[in-house]
Design a protein around this ligand. Structure first.
Ligand SMILES: [Zn+2]
Length: 446
């Protein structure tokens, strides 16, 4: 029997913090790194929680999963709907089929919970009931540890003390659930994701990144932000102590970097005649689909960590007018990339993915190599300093972290070419299971 595998996910944890700037405050993660293989972990495009975790555990790219963000287009309409899980097997499904016992905890996009050979508790995005597999486990966990809380209520807030209280409270609960189930269930594969790191970054990033334009080295919040990381390191360390025989992976789905501004993509499209509104907005506000004059609109966009642009294609959209799709798209790419304000890289889905399912954007646009966020706002400036959804100093970055240690890791050194799909392949290999031929990624650290 191969040793158990324990995967602890720290959403959004970047290499610059974990391996460098905060390493002295993270003795357990640093010790794990010294006895293992580690390095920056290249995320998917786009580097967003959904689809990144789902890609990590399924061997698939976002295009194959049809997941281009939290919300995705639907056929025969202009609107979007919240992402839900897809049928592609995850590492825990393959492990279950092979008779392994698994424990899947708070992994994003596991609502409803997967029906594994073992136990599962749903993670971020989705409120399906029951939130556990088996269903009766939920009430047991809530009576022992408190209410089910895969995430904080809100993180784009000015109430930083309240957010910190909630972060500690909910993280303690999640780690208590994780360690208890690990001890009691004795799974072959355990995977838990902690969302708190991502939430901390969005609220307090300027205190964690000395290069942020609003960083103040005297600000007491620096200590608060670092303390939460140190607290999580203690939780991870306590779990590692109980899992001495296991192969342990600590990973993140993407990294973090300072948000230096936002590009109001719909305002840009409007000013250049790609998007036409029935009434001119009197003040900045979100783009309302019912305010668009579709008979004159060739393109519109959506906000997020990157810009998604859709063409209003004749025969595809309900009121489509674009007949020469390829030419129109090429013209828009050229116009986007020629505007120095945007620092845009506009990619066709086929440039990024070997296959596309669902309803991909016609263009995926990265502004300033992720220095800038995409905002859906119309009626104001094209370039703005702040997010339109509340205070937030953090953007996502291309690289997360990978640390792997235990009997299965014969290489104990920094690895410089790791990709997010290597995590899934490594987990299967550590469990003694074959990696399916069509999976992306390969075994790391052996
Ligand atoms: Zn994330």
């Amino acid at each position: 029997m191969p040793p158990p595998v324990l995967v602890i996910g720290l959403d959004c944890a970047p290499p610059a913090l974990v391996f460098d700037r905060l390493a002295h405050r993270l003795p357990n993660l640093s010790a794990l790194r010294r006895r293992g293989a580690w390095g920056p972990l290249r995320s998917v495009a786009p580097p967003i929680t959904v689809p990144a975790w789902a890609c990590m555990v399924s061997g698939r790219a976002p295009g194959e999963l049809g997941l281009y963000g939290f919300r995705n287009r639907v056929r025969d309409a202009y609107g979007m709907q919240t992402a839900s899980t897809t049928e592609h097997p995850r590492v825990w499904d393959l492990a279950s089929e092979a008779g392994k016992k698994v424990c899947v905890l708070y992994v994003p996009l596991t609502s409803p919970p997967p029906r594994v050979n073992g136990v599962a508790v749903s993670g971020f995005l989705g409120t399906a009931e029951p939130f556990t597999h088996p269903p009766e486990l939920g009430a047991v966990l809530e009576s022992r540890f408190g209410p089910h809380a895969p995430d904080v209520e809100t993180f784009r807030t000015d109430d930083i003390d309240g957010l910190l209280d909630e972060l500690y409270e909910t993280s303690r609960r999640r780690f208590a659930v994780g360690r208890a189930l690990y001890r009691e269930e004795r799974p072959d594969l355990t995977m838990m994701v902690e969302m708190g790191t991502d939430r901390l970054h969005h609220a307090l990033w300027r205190h964690l990144d000395p290069s942020h334009p609003e960083h103040d080295p005297q600000d007491p919040r620096i200590r608060d932000a670092q303390d939460y990381y140190a607290y999580l390191d203690g939780e991870v360390g306590a779990w590692i102590d109980e899992a001495r025989d296991a192969n342990i992976l600590v990973v993140s789905d993407h990294g973090a970097r300072s948000m230096l501004g936002g590009i109001c993509i719909n305002e840009w499209l409007r000013r250049r005649g790609w998007l036409v509104l029935a009434d001119q907005p009197s003040q900045p506000g979100p783009l309302r689909l019912d305010a668009i004059d579709w008979s004159q609109t060739r393109a519109w966009g959506a906000g997020g960590y990157y810009g998604r642009i859709f063409l209003n294609v004749a025969g595809r959209e309900p009121h489509g007018i674009v007949a020469d799709y390829a030419e129109t798209r090429s013209a828009l790419i050229a116009e986007l990339e020629a505007d120095p304000l945007l620092r845009a890289s506009a990619r066709r889905p086929r440039d990024l993915y070997r296959e596309t399912r669902g309803f991909p954007p016609d263009l995926l646009v990265f502004f300033g190599d992720l220095d800038y966020r995409s905002l859906g706002t119309v009626g104001g400036d094209v370039f703005v300093r702040e997010d339109d959804r509340g205070p937030d100093g953090c953007n996502h970055d291309w690289h997360g972290i990978f640390i792997g240690a235990g009997p299965g890791f014969t290489r104990t050194e920094e690895l410089t070419d790791l990709g997010i799909h290597d995590v899934g392949a490594t987990v299967l290999d550590l469990l003694g299971l074959p990696v399916p031929a069509d999976w992306l990624g390969s075994r790391a650290g052996s």
